[in-house]
Design a protein around this ligand. Structure first.
Ligand code: PHE
Length: 337
């Protein structure tokens, strides 16, 4: 019996030494208990007087082995923790992952800059709806149904009387209907036209300006635009007004800026003319003032409308409008401030 106990001890101790996990140690313990049961079952074959002494030996053996298991458990637990920590180890000397911060889109940058420039001249911002009625987008702007000027803007109609606004000029009417002069507003927003090539997109942004007060003249328009040109481009940028036509302004002008690329000498950008067309403008047509309940004999006003994409393209030397809408970050990151 004694020998059997010694054999069991040797076997269990060597198995115990090899364990590295709590699970393996538990399995050895089960094996030990089964082995011990086996040895104890031989007890009935012992002479009766020897049994108490052997019982004592078994108890001591069991206690001794349990201490060994407890000691091994401490070692195995530490091994497990060490392994876990090693796996979770963070090398604080490694370079970190940099998360890229977003930045403003060039159209937003130019829009904000325009607002800054005109806010400095006392303009307030008004934003009108993108879905407009035929009345605000055309009729009230002196462009009734069947007016040939409607052909200039290929319109997306949603219903007979509803459309995606083709111009932020619709906002002029909304403001003049509500407010009494003096009026000085700036109206940025998306507009939509069925138009699509390298310099036109079916959706683009405009910035509208409207000033109505007593004694406003075309000279006020020219002066404000000159200030805008100097601030948006260079201090030597010049403004030129050319006669044009819009149903809602009279007289109407097309506004050119001296080419920022060649300074007016003539280059590829300005097609050799030294000037670049940037916006439409004019004195608010008296019919438009009347439509909004403003007395044209008391008040006059000017309005202008420019494409924000066009300004961004000129300012940053972008030759295809599509790049502004593709959202390719390789393009957009160039404008990060
Ligand atoms: N709404 C005109 C356009 O989109 C621009 C414009 C605005 C012209 C205001 C004159 C006055 O072409």
């Amino acid at each position: 019996m004694q020998q059997k106990l010694e054999a069991l001890r040797a076997e269990i101790e060597s198995a115990m030494q090899k364990t590295e996990t709590g699970r393996a140690l538990y399995e050895v313990k089960v094996k030990f208990q089964t082995g011990l049961k086996g040895v104890m079952s031989g007890m009935k074959d012992l002479p009766k007087e020897d049994r108490p002494a052997f019982g004592k030996i078994v108890n001591e053996f069991k206690q001794n082995m349990e201490e060994k298991f407890a000691a091994r458990e401490t070692v195995v637990k530490k091994m497990e923790m060490d392994k876990k920590y090693a796996a979770e180890r963070i090398d604080i000397t490694m370079p970190g992952k940099a998360y890229k911060a977003g930045a403003l889109h060039p159209i937003t940058l130019v829009k904000n800059q325009l607002i800054d420039i005109f806010a400095g001249m006392g303009f307030k911002v008004f934003e009108g709806p993108e879905i407009e009625t035929d009345y605000y987008n055309f009729t009230a702007l002196n462009t009734p149904k069947d007016h040939p000027a409607r052909d200039m803007q290929d319109t997306f109609y949603l219903a007979d009387n509803l459309l995606l606004r083709t111009q932020t000029s619709a906002g002029q009417i909304r403001v003049m209907e509500k407010e009494t002069p003096p009026i000085k507003i700036l109206s940025p927003g998306r507009v939509f036209r069925s138009d699509d090539d390298a310099t036109h997109s079916p959706m683009f942004h405009q910035m509208e300006g409207l000033v109505v007060d007593k004694g406003i003249t075309l000279c006020d328009l020219q002066g404000m635009l000159a200030e805008f040109a100097r601030k948006m481009f260079t201090s030597s940028t010049k403004v030129r007004l050319r006669p044009s036509y819009f149903p809602f302004t009279e007289p109407s002008v097309e506004v050119d800026l001296s080419c920022s690329e060649c300074g007016g000498k003539g280059c590829r950008l300005c097609k050799g003319t030294g000037w670049i067309e940037v916006l439409g403008a004019g004195m608010v047509n008296r019919h438009v003032l009347e439509n909004c309940g403003v007395d044209p004999d008391e008040y006059t006003g000017f309005a202008f409308g420019m494409g924000i994409e066009r300004i961004a393209m000129l300012k940053y030397g972008i030759n295809n409008i599509k790049t502004l809408f593709e959202n390719d970050t390789r393009f957009l990151t160039q404008f990060e401030e």
